[in-house]
Design a protein around this ligand. Sequence first.
Ligand code: NAD
Length: 296
Amino acid sequence: MHIGFIGLGNMGAPMAHNLLKAGHQLSVFDLNAAAVDNLVGAGALPVDSPTAIAQGNAELIITMLPAAPHVKSVYLGENGLIASARAGVMLIDCSTIDPHSAREVAKAAAEHGNPMLDAPVSGGTGGAAAGTLTFMVGGSDADFDRAQPILAAMGKNIVHCGAAGNGQVAKVANNMLLGISMIGVAEAMALGVALGMDAKTLAGVINTSSGRCWSSDTYNPFPGVLDNVPASRGYSGGFGSDLMLKDLGLATEAAKQVRQPVILGALAQQLYQSFSAQGHGGLDFSAIINQYRKDT
Ligand code: NAD
């Protein structure tokens, strides 16, 4: 299939590479010329604007952009995708944005005759490179069925979450819980160590007891407990604290729109905001444990 791909950053570039590997033809655009060159080297065709992608031969267009303002500008702008796409061309936004914006863009696409899915991902840059991402998809049954084989070239779990915007709903709910659980594990690990316990032994107890969760058994924030996690390499790589702050902001903002209390989510947002203000936004989000440890 001929696919248009816009947004070739840390996530978009490996996703686009996997589409090429699966035999699809790709037209690509990014504001960053070096990102485009990288894909052109692997066989993609460079295009100089979203309009040019929309007016080309692509049967489906995928976007992977930083945040809602970028998504709105690429889709709803004067020279954006929706203004220029041929009717029937399917649009899939994989960026993480708030559900309200996702529904606004999907509605505009539908009015223009373009089926649209929101399909944010989980799995990070490692999952993007390995083609093992989880896609949380919002949109109609028929559009989901049509997109499924394409998404399967980039991911392992493709989950239909319901109507437009529901992919983003699943993403913000999951990531809010992840932020809260990481802070909980950081607090418990720091307490146990401050009270004299060995970190590895404590993690072993938690991971076979009722406190166990992904943040404790797969991504423990205490250095030395697990190999090959950011905590054991100075909190480099992984999922940046500023990205977690962004997702917690999406969750609290979405909650406000439906008057739904998210008390721990808001507290987690403030903790990450304070951490970011201290200059640590580039560290992996498990580094939040440094707010608790007396020895750091
Ligand atoms: P990134 O900043 O590395 O890449 C974004 C790309 O979009 C950049 O190459 C940028 O030049 C391009 N871009 C920005 N505005 C553009 C425009 N108007 N037209 C064309 N290109 C434009 O970000 P990323 O890490 O790839 O993340 C993308 C999305 O995926 C974000 O919404 C993020 O929250 C989400 N996400 C990221 C991760 C992760 O681990 N990095 C994991 C899951 C989800």
